[in-house]
Design a protein around this ligand. Structure first.
Ligand SMILES: [Zn+2]
Length: 356
């Protein structure tokens, strides 16, 4: 992309008919190649350059984000970009200004930091901003091309005024509100309309923060399928909650998913959502330290396929985030997330009618 920008500048300064002519041909070809590559590739956004300093022995697997990006780098059909940071104003679409400034200026007290699970640092702030920025970018890409991916995000335990469970800001909530604002601004003259949103949260932990933020907002539907006996122990009612018993396996899980999706479409019969945020947590996997379910890798792939197919059949764009994954072997978690990105890409190709 940067090279294409340089090419355009070269053309502006080149003199027609001069020795720049062969160069112009090359540059035009390169621009065509970039355009062709962009037209046949799905956008995914990373933020692993923003590191998270943690004390030795900390349980959060911060390294998985870099591993995931490295595992996907160079794959044909995928445009990997480092995400921009979310601004204070964007964060304040879903969080109280007091909480945003407590995080940004480093005024979180010891209890708040313990609840988040990370010690405060300037790097933590930057990383959290970029994680939200990645979901915003994925949502914009989805609205343009059917699917966009954040290689992290899904920090669904953060409420309007506090963080919890490794979640500083609620990326889904911020991006949902921002997409609604941008949608309204773009259409307010010609066709004033509301962007209805559905959050399909399949992380193994309940999406309590997202449910809390959208509790009184009919324009955002929250669905959470999770392990009943898992964190958070005080759950916040979503629009639709499905509590699963410990040890739930593929068949029972997929039946529960089919039932929940049917209920989601039933409730949106008159006004379907215009955008879905899909939190594709890897932590329902049988090898997860913090999940309590027993889904296989194949079961998770089938889960992703069903969600993405149901959205695509209805013409609803999907912004996908990775959410949780705490495998006893972190390589297994990364491989599960690679499979989720591959499922997204397969759906993207069908959405865009691209050749495999
Ligand atoms: Zn989780």
């Amino acid at each position: 992309m940067q090279r294409a920008g340089g090419s355009a500048q070269g053309l502006v300064h080149g003199r027609p008919g001069s020795q720049d002519e062969p160069c112009r041909g090359r540059l035009a070809r390169r621009r065509r190649d970039v355009a062709r590559d962009n037209a046949s590739s799905m956008q995914a956004f990373a933020f692993d350059r923003q590191t998270l300093p943690l004390p030795a022995g900390h349980r959060f697997p911060a390294g998985k984000y870099r591993l995931l990006r490295e595992r996907l780098a160079g794959r044909p059909g995928l445009r990997l970009t480092q995400a921009p940071p979310a601004s204070d104003g964007e964060l304040a679409l879903a969080h109280t200004p007091a909480y945003v400034s407590a995080v940004v200026e480093g005024h979180l007290d010891a209890v708040q930091q313990r609840e988040i699970g990370f010690p405060w640092s300037p790097e933590m702030v930057e990383r959290s901003r970029h994680s939200v920025g990645a979901t915003i970018a994925a949502a914009r890409a989805a609205l343009g091309e059917g699917i966009g991916v954040n290689l992290g995000g899904g920090t669904h335990h953060a409420t309007a005024d506090k963080g919890a469970g490794y979640c500083v800001f609620n990326d889904t909530a911020v991006a949902a509100r921002l997409m609604q604002a941008e949608w309204h601004r773009a259409r307010r003259r010609a066709h004033p309309s509301l962007l209805r949103i559905a959050v399909i949260d399949l992380d193994v932990h309940q999406g309590n923060g997202t449910a809390s933020i959208f509790r009184d907002d009919d324009s955002v539907f929250t669905l959470s399928i999770h392990a009943a006996r898992n964190f958070p122990f005080r759950k916040e009612p979503s629009d639709l909650d499905v509590d699963l018993p410990d040890g739930c396996r593929d068949d029972a899980y997929l039946d529960a998913l089919d039932g929940a999706l049917a209920e989601l479409w039933r409730r949106h019969h008159a006004a379907p959502p215009g955008l879905i945020f899909y939190l594709a947590g890897a932590d329902p996997h049988e090898g997860d330290r913090l999940g309590r379910l027993k889904l296989s890798a194949a079961g998770l792939v089938e889960r992703d396929r069903r969600v993405l197919a149901a959205a695509r059949e209805r013409g609803i764009p999907v912004a996908l985030s990775m959410a949780g994954g705490y495998g006893r072997d972190i390589d297994v978690t990364v491989q599960l997330q690679v499979a989720t990105v591959e499922a997204a890409w397969a759906s993207w190709r069908q959405w865009n009618n691209a050749q495999p």
